[in-house]
Design a binder for this molecule. Sequence first.
Ligand SMILES: [Zn+2]
Ligand SMILES: [Zn+2]
Length: 186
Amino acid sequence: MARCTAHPDREAVAKCRRCGRPFCEADLEEAGEFKYCFECLKDISHEARAFWKGKFTLHLVACAIISALVGLAFFFSRLAQYVGLADAIKGGSLDAIKAFLTPAMLAVLGPTSFMVAIYYVLAVGLIESKRWAFGLALLLNIAVLAWRVLTFSAWGGEDLRVVAAMVVGPILIILIAASERRSLSA
Ligand SMILES: [Zn+2]
Ligand SMILES: [Zn+2]
């Protein structure tokens, strides 16, 4: 048997399973049925961590896509009003825009626009794996779910797909965000 790679004065007892270099007993560690040198063990654990991080990020991207879709659902729930606003703006006259933005219309478009913006911010935070996105995801979606449940009786007049997106979406976001919270960074 050859000499130990780390200790030239010692006889090697085995080769590392990964790099194939000979080592003495003190430089090898058994993992499963094979022996590895410390350098390779470190590499293996780094690779495993990178693999899991990649996997978690994939979940968070899925979560971000759902967030973006829920944001879109909010937008489409008020599509007619947004089209009206776009028409008023296209008309180019400030008076027309002012006439369109009555207090009642602002009460509808204000909160909706706010929700669309917040869901967009949430989607960006989740893609970047930010820890604040986890807190925001929980708070925002629990609030949306609670609001949907409380206004249950009024659902009849709404587009069913929008209602479904605003109920199923938040539940999915909460579940994924909760399962991935350990992989988030500050
Ligand atoms: Zn090795
Ligand atoms: Zn050695």
